[in-house]
Write a protein that binds this ligand. Structure first.
Ligand SMILES: [Zn+2]
Length: 302
């Protein structure tokens, strides 16, 4: 049973929105691509995890804090006897894990040793369970999800599940009977309630309102070449249609996330979307979907 779904992190959303409206530098771009790829790997794992049978709770994407230390868990599977703590990596290509270093062979790029991260998460999670006065066996593993991933020089004792072992991992899990009781349920609920929505270690690129490209872009190919046809925007590059209202709301969401201190007013959204619509239509859409506050002259929406 999936108790907590997964969605893009605020960090990934920021990068996703900003990448269409400003030029990211090389480092930012590669960070964005890594975040995106990581998220795609997690979604892929979620699809595979749908074959899980027996009674189990699957909790995705937890950010927890113990004694002022934060740690992230990509997927937690609570079963009768064991809690599986899984870190999902979507690396692609040939890697070696030697002398405590994970290295991409084609680029010689070094990555943080995922085994250290895993150990840290496992130990903090153990502390958390201890603080909650519960005790379960924890099995922590790194899952390399990408079928194009090859790892050299890894010890057989490492808590690593390679792409070729993934089917077996699920098969073995499914073979173990699992019945959950109220204790499991209480723990699952508690963990979800402890989830932190703001990651204090997120570093966002610097951006300013004036520097960002305004306008509505195509939701499919990100092109700004769109025009209005009846009640939709149509993309001049890929031909994608999007209802005007839906596109405006999508852009209001972006505006809200990128500029939480700015008010949602007809004027501000008009400037942000630059939609080629009259303000009356825009005002009607905002009125319909948000609550109007303030006097008529200075109405803002929440
Ligand atoms: Zn398009």
């Amino acid at each position: 049973m999936f108790l907590k779904g997964r969605s893009e992190s605020l960090e990934l959303l920021h990068f996703q929105y900003l990448s269409t409206r400003m030029k990211l530098d090389g480092k930012e771009k590669s960070h964005y691509l890594n975040l995106k790829k990581g998220y795609e790997g997690e979604l892929k794992f979620d699809l595979l995890a749908e074959i899980l049978r027996e009674e189990r709770y699957v909790i995705n994407d937890l950010l927890l804090e113990v004694n002022n230390s934060y740690f992230q868990i990509d997927t937690l599977i609570i079963s009768q006897e064991i809690i599986y703590l899984l870190d999902i990596k979507n690396y692609e290509g040939d890697f070696s894990l030697e002398a405590d270093k994970l290295c991409a062979l084609s680029t010689n790029r070094e990555y943080k040793n995922p085994l250290y991260q895993l150990k840290r998460s496992e130990s903090l999670f153990r502390q958390l369970l201890h603080n909650l006065n519960t005790d379960y066996l924890i099995e922590a593993s790194i899952i390399f999800i990408n079928p194009e991933f090859t790892l050299y020089h890894a010890s057989v004792n490492y808590p690593i599940i390679l792409p070729t072992q993934l089917n077996r991992f699920f098969y073995d899990l499914n073979r173990a009977q699992s019945r959950l009781n109220d204790g499991h349920k209480k723990l699952a609920r508690k963990l979800i309630s402890l989830h932190q929505t703001k990651n204090p270690f997120t570093v966002l690129p610097q951006y300013y309102y004036d520097q960002l490209r305004k306008g509505i872009y195509c939701n499919a190919c990100k092109s700004f070449q769109i025009s209005i046809k009846n009640t939709s925007f149509v993309c001049g590059v890929c031909g994608e249609y999007e209802k005007i209202e839906q596109a405006i709301l999508r852009n209001v969401d972006e505006f809200k996330l990128l500029f939480p201190d700015r008010l949602i007013t007809t004027l501000n959204i008009h400037d942000w979307c630059n939609p080629g619509l009259n303000k009356k239509t825009l005002c009607r859409i905002l009125k319909k979907n948000f609550t109007a506050n303030g006097s008529t002259r200075d109405t803002y929406y929440t």
